[in-house]
Design a protein around this ligand. Structure first.
Ligand code: NAD
Length: 337
């Protein structure tokens, strides 16, 4: 592991080292579902590269992990091209970063108090569900953001995911984006069963969910308890786009799509921090793992105005909780691939 700048490193060689380290972590995490370092360590290395690239913009290359999303889809699955890319999120770790985010957006939109929808940041994996005339026709993982894995058969085994939308006149096309996750209790039950049958245990619910969903045999997926929460939209054809993120999620609820109830419309920095603190206080009592909260500009027209940077929307911020993991938690456990 890299700890600070090593002697003799030029910015170029340091950036190259960080990149290859991150590539290695990405492969273990996204392709094998078996992380080799805790998220906090990953985030530290990633930030160091981001800061180095900010200080030396000539070091930014298109192939840098800071410019890309996720990892390559597994070749064993059919590929699905995302018509609209599936992006990552910008991260904020401190109150100051949240305040700066809110100030920047207020200035760019020319409004005194920006309205946000505050949501939970579920620790699972992102998928896109495609409904045509109200029928689930395809499901894909995020993959590298441009194309993912076709996991339709596996998604169909998740009981809470509707195969038909509950609407008499559904849109021609509706792509629902959200997170597949495993609840804490189901994760413990799974690991107990794995232990009892002499099989490898999973590191955490996120990796258990990813490993369970990316199975070539959908009967294995069916035997795991997976859940789904919708949080966004991809392609839409044949229905008006709701005006706000909040109304979009309300619409999903009407269509029978699972949406987490822990969400709230808030205003300005104070509103964001109020939501963050309330959720942080209840984090351990929640039945699923979250690694922070997500703030999204509520008005979709304002989201559009703000647009995107290379790998993330500019209108959203993941406000992460301080790291809890330690390295030994990951390395001591036999990881299931
Ligand atoms: P991210 O997980 O920080 O944020 C983007 C993702 O958040 C989305 O793709 C979506 O899946 C998820 N999400 C959850 N709730 C959401 C909501 N309400 N609205 C929108 N999105 C929501 O970014 P990432 O690019 O997926 O992964 C980077 C993170 O993954 C790192 O910060 C690290 O924590 C972890 N990681 C760890 C390792 C490792 O080796 N330990 C390797 C790679 C990545």
């Amino acid at each position: 592991l890299f700890g600070g700048n090593e002697k003799g490193d030029t910015p170029e060689s340091r950036a190259a080292k960080l990149r290859s380290e991150i590539e290695r972590y990405n492969y273990a995490y996204y392709v094998l579902d078996a992380p080799v370092v805790p998220d906090a360590e990953y985030d530290r290395v990633f930030r160091e590269l981001q800061e180095l690239e900010a200080a030396y913009p000539e070091l930014v290359v298109p192939g840098s992990p800071t410019q890309r999303v996720g990892g390559a889809p597994l070749a064993q699955f059919d590929k699905v091209e995302h018509r609209l890319p599936m992006l990552s999120l910008q991260n904020g770790l401190t109150d100051e970063e949240v305040e700066a985010f809110d100030r920047r957006l207020g200035e760019e939109l020319g409004i005194a108090q920006v309205e946000y929808e505050a949501e939970l940041k579920f620790d699972g994996l992102a998928v896109s569900l495609r409904y045509e005339k109200g029928v689930l026709v395809q499901a894909a993982t995020r993959g590298d953001g441009m194309s993912g894995e076709n996991i339709t058969a596996n998604i169909r085994t998740i009981r809470s995911v509707p195969l038909h939308l509950s609407e008499l006149a559904p849109p021609e096309v509706l792509e629902v984006r959200g997170e597949v996750l495993m609840f804490k209790k189901d994760f413990q039950d799974l690991n107990r069963r794995q232990r009892e049958s002499g099989q490898k245990e999973f590191v955490n619910p996120r990796n258990a969910a990813a490993g369970s969903l990316r199975q070539l045999d959908s009967q294995i997926t069916a035997s795991r308890q997976l859940k789904f929460f919708a949080y966004g939209i991809g392609e839409l054809d044949g229905a008006p786009l709701p005006e706000t993120q909040n109304r979009l999620l309300n619409w999903f609820v009407q269509l029978g799509i699972p949406v987490c109830e822990e969400r709230k419309v808030v205003r300005g920095f104070k509103g964001l921090m109020g939501f963050f603190q309330a959720i942080e206080a209840r984090r351990d009592a929640l039945p699923y793992e979250i690694d922070g909260v997500v703030y999204k500009v509520n008005r979709l027209s304002e989201q559009q105005k703000l647009g995107f940077i290379s790998r993330a929307p500019r209108f959203a911020l993941a406000h992460k909780f301080p790291a809890q993991e330690v390295l030994t938690e990951v390395t001591d456990i036999n990881v299931q691939v």
